[in-house]
Design a protein around this ligand. Structure first.
Ligand code: APR
Ligand code: PHB
Length: 391
């Protein structure tokens, strides 16, 4: 098979990229190792920055999102009996949209199919060759057969555990990584959510109350790094959440049936540069941001907006100047975003090894934010997201 851009991965990065390239008149083929059902069943975050919403709208893919999303105007942070309430429109003139990533993925896949965008499921990429040449190749296994996709360019959108990053020769890419000694236990429950995104730093650890609809809550607890989600009965989860959210009387948080559980270790990861020869890396394939900032999907979209811009420019003008700047352009946003998510992680979690001194500094910082509009504006500005800067 032959195409202009071979895309590895049908997560948000790969799916958005294919649509953005199509809008620029550039052909692509997406190769996804998993089945459609598996990809669409993965529960991930659900906060869309304005840039991501604008991209969905510009692609004409925002109809269901507009019908079903919720507007997030406020962000609360609870600590030691106090609540910091960030009035997002008042502080930034903006809000964010709550719409599950898996819903975005479903909408993008449905669009690929209706547009006839080549999207191969259960096509596991096993290797990349010719990255230094003019005709790189993607080798993949599908239906028990070894196949090859010949391209002009390859987009590695295959996530943290994918193969594209590993195809970059040793010494041509640097990894920056920090792994935390804790994880997030995430659940979906059939229960009315809190009205606002609510984080808490309690003496029992971090908790977060988010939502997916007016009847479905998305809830998180900080747990041990290797926690087994099945060790948490509904009763145990709810009891812990009430306590961490300072709702010990159980009057505020509505309980319900928990129908999905997952555990994700917290880490930061950045690989630089985000390109090698004809290979361009985007999304989780090249960076992981701690989930505290709710930035993973939004950062992936910013990457592929730039990659699509650079590739479209090349096919229109034969100029490679924007492609040459892809990594440098994206890394500015990546480092700033990982920095924000890291600061929020370090502000809101209870660190196993932290002593009383560092714990008191955390609460002093929270107290300062509670009293300072400037400090609140700084967090709010980063939470709603930096404006997208075209490549
Ligand atoms: N061959 C083909 N596909 C692969 C391979 C492979 N060898 N390895 C991984 N994939 C696929 C995965 O099955 C997945 O569907 O690549 C896709 C990568 O998607 P994501 O991991 O969702 O990464 P990305 O598209 O960058 O989106 C980032 O997704 O995981 C969340 O928190 C993350 O919100 C962030 C967003
Ligand atoms: C979510 O809704 O899944 C969510 C919200 C805020 C975060 C992380 C995840 O910081």
């Amino acid at each position: 098979m032959r195409t202009q851009v071979g895309i590895i991965g049908a997560g948000p990065a790969g799916l958005f990229l294919a649509h953005l390239l199509r809008q620029a008149g550039v052909e692509s083929v997406i190769l996804e190792s998993r089945s459609r059902a598996y990809v669409e069943s993965r529960v991930r975050a659900g906060v869309l920055e304005a840039g991501t919403v604008e991209t969905l709208s510009a692609l004409g893919l925002d109809a269901r999102m507009k019908r079903e999303c919720m507007i997030d105007d406020g962000l609360d942070i609870r600590f030691r009996g106090k609540t910091i309430n960030l009035d997002l429109p008042g502080l930034t003139g903006q809000h964010v949209v709550i719409y599950g990533q898996q819903e975005v993925v479903k909408d993008l896949i449905a669009s690929c199919i209706s547009l006839g965008q080549p999207l191969e499921f259960e096509a596991k990429v096993t290797g990349l060759t010719g990255l230094d040449g003019e005709r790189p190749e993607i080798h993949y296994l599908q239906g028990g057969e070894d196949k090859v996709l010949t391209c002009d360019f390859i987009a590695g959108c295959d996530g943290y555990h994918g193969v594209s990053r590993a195809a970059v020769p040793e010494g041509k890419i640097t990894h920056y990584e920090k792994t935390y000694d804790f994880a997030w236990l995430g659940v979906l429950s059939r229960s009315r959510p809190l009205p606002d995104m609510t984080y808490t730093n309690s003496d029992r650890g971090f908790a977060l109350c988010s939502r997916r609809s007016t009847q479905v809550s998305r809830l998180y607890l900080q747990v041990g790094a290797d926690e087994n989600p099945e060790a948490w009965s509904d009763a145990r989860f709810w009891d812990e959440l009430h306590q961490r959210m300072f709702d010990a009387d159980k009057v505020e948080i509505v309980e319900g049936e928990i129908f999905q559980r997952d555990v994700a270790r917290l880490r930061s990861f950045i690989a630089a540069p985000m390109q090698y020869g004809r290979l361009y890396l985007a999304g989780d394939a090249v960076h992981i941001t701690p989930p505290t900032g709710a930035k993973g999907l939004n950062l992936a979209v910013a990457d592929v907006r730039s990659l699509a811009g650079a590739l479209g420019h090349f096919y229109r003008t034969s100029q490679r100047d924007k492609l040459a700047r892809y990594s440098e352009h994206c890394l500015k946003r990546v480092w700033r975003t990982v920095g924000y998510s890291t600061r929020m992680t370090e502000l809101l979690h209870k660190f196993p090894e932290q002593g009383a001194y560092r714990r008191e500094l955390q609460f002093a910082e929270l107290d300062f934010i509670h009293s300072s509009r400037a400090a609140q504006a700084a967090i709010a500005e980063q939470y709603v997201g930096m404006p997208y800067e075209p490549i």
